[in-house]
Each structure stands twice: as structure tokens, then as C-alpha cells.
Design a protein around this ligand. Sequence first.
Ligand SMILES: *Cc1c(COP(=O)(O)O)cnc(C)c1O
Length: 365
Amino acid sequence: MPESVRLAMAEPTIHHRTPEFEAIFEETRALLFKLMATDEVVMLASTGTGAMEAAVTNLCHDTLLFVNSGKFGERFGKIAKAHGLTTMEVRNAWDTPASVEEVVSAVKANPHIDAIAIQISESAGGLRHPVEEIAAAVKAINPEIMVIADGITAVGVERIDVAHIDCLIAGSQKALMLPPGLAILGLSHAAIEKTGEGRGYYLNLASEIKKQRQNTTAYTAATTLVIGLLEVLKQIDTFGFGKLYCDTARRAKATRFALEAIGLHSYPHTPAKSMTTIDDAQASEIRAILKEDFGVNVAGGQDHLKGKIFRINQMGFIESYESVWVVNAVELALAKLGRRAYDGTANRVYNEEYFKNMLQPKESA
Ligand SMILES: *Cc1c(COP(=O)(O)O)cnc(C)c1O
């Protein structure tokens, strides 16, 4: 969390049904439209999973096809089942993205499918699904099918083409650099039409849309988090969303190249830009050394990947000197484990990749 965001959130709490908060809400919505590039945006006082549930219950009325290449994909299926919806699954190993062909053949095989749900970046194994291609292919078969894309570790990481996406989900505590508790849904006109009067009570998108268009919320807004979100979005907007996406992509690539150069293996077949995921028999030992010797926290794996992977965050404002410190710490950890003599390769490769365009003459506009 950037300091300015923490400070903005430290101001006295204001009442949500006031012109003062409505002005903040309006400004936040305007910047969210810029971030999401969807026809409508809705903020919910819930974590990301609440938005996933709202998307499924409001946009799927019959059969949900869910893509499962990890814990979060699996969750879409669990949500649908909890609501008595029929499900169909496209399942792969956690390092393997869904292919357009397998989704297309599943959609063609079952005319009851009225929505598909997929992660853009599946955080369980750090992979990127080809969501835009899948969405376009599904819409070509049947434009009525709703495409729900969980962008919780993708929105704020890279520009997402929402041309064929009906619902794009974001959450506060990942790339948006905020505490947990706020979720955002970007919706297409078709999604708004499909939800009609809305479904459910608290997670009823129709009642939220109605209120949020008037710069208020159906129930009490998460005021402090909205204030924090406004500050985050304003900051990104001052230097441009494009620069954030570009820096993140460079950092993610440079980190992966640096770690591969010291003999480590990138786990997913199609790495997401949100995180760098390494599978290694000594993942736990590496994580422990990073934490104890270098003050670096990296995430481990869950379920069958516990102790087998580590994941380095690339989301948010991260200075390249921090990434340089991290890849160097990993190289030192390998030396400490007796795997490889330390020679500064990780740092050199990171810097070469990250800064390679800096010395080239600037192209004229
Ligand atoms: C973290 C995460 C979620 C879950 O969000 P919560 O805020 O924990 O409910 C869903 N999808 C992805 C891809 C995530 O990384």
C-alpha cells in the first residue's frame, strides 16, 4: 500500500449518505470506467469471492461452464453448485492453461451452457489463460453466453480487452494495493440485460447498478476502502495506466529471465504478469532463507503444490531496486543451499532485460 493511500484512509470516517461521499464515489466510478473499460462498474463491500458469487448468480441461470486450472477456477464451480446450478468443467493441471479448442468443444456439446467462468490470471499456479481468445470463440458460437472473467490478479496488471467479456472482476487487495474488503465488477450491456431484476439479495447486481448510477450504494458503502481506491486510481492516472502495465510486464519478464538464468524453472506454461512462479523441490527452504536472511516474503503453494512452488508478486508499484534485491536474494539462497556458486548472474540478467531499451535512442512521436 502506497503511503499516500494509507494516509488518505487515515482521515476521519465520513457518513456514506452525504454529498461529500457521493462526490468521492462519483470520482472513483469515473476512474474505474477508465480502469475496467466496461459499460458499467459496480463496487461491492466484499472480497473478490463475493464478486465471483454475484457474477455467477446474476449471470448464469442454467449451466455454468467453468475452467479449472487451479484453486480459483475450482471456486467458480463450487459457487455454482452451492446455488443449485448445473456445472460443466474444463479441467487441466495447475501449470496448464485452457485451450480455445477444449472450451469451444464443451460449449458446442452442451446447449444448456449460458455462462462460462474463467480466471484471466489463475493465481494458484501463476498462469495466464487465453481469455480474450476463448471469449471471442464462445461469442462466435452463441453471443448470448455470458463470459465471466476473474481479473482479480489481472486488473491493474495489464490492459484487458473486454470486447467479448460480460463481467470483469477485480478485488482491492491484489493489484489495486489496498486492504481486503472491496470488490469491483465491470459489466457489459448484455450482462445488465441478462441480470434483469437481479438475483439474490445482498449480491443483487440490478439493485446495486440502480443505486451506483446515482453515486450511492444499496447498502452501506465500504467508505474508507473507496477513499483508498480513489487515491490509488488517481496516482495511477497521473503517470498513466499504460506505464503501470508496461513496468509490470518488464519487471515480470526480467524476474523470470533472471531466475531461469540461475537454473530455476518457471512453473506455468503461460506465465501471468501478476506473479513469477517457480517450481522447485527446495521451494520451502528457499522461502525460509528469503524471509530470514533477506526480509523477503514470497508466497508458497496451496494444496498439492504446498512446498513445491514459490510465487513472487509483481502487482502494484514496485521499484526495480526491490526486484533486483529479490532475485539476488534467491541467487544467494541457492548458494547457501549448495546448489550453485554465487556470481551475481541473477542481478546482471535482471538489469540487462529490464533496462535494455533505456540506451536506445527515443523514437520520435
Ligand atoms: C485472491 C483471488 C481470489 C479470491 O479473492 P478473495 O478476495 O480472497 O475472496 C479470486 N481469484 C483470484 C485469481 C485470486 O487471486
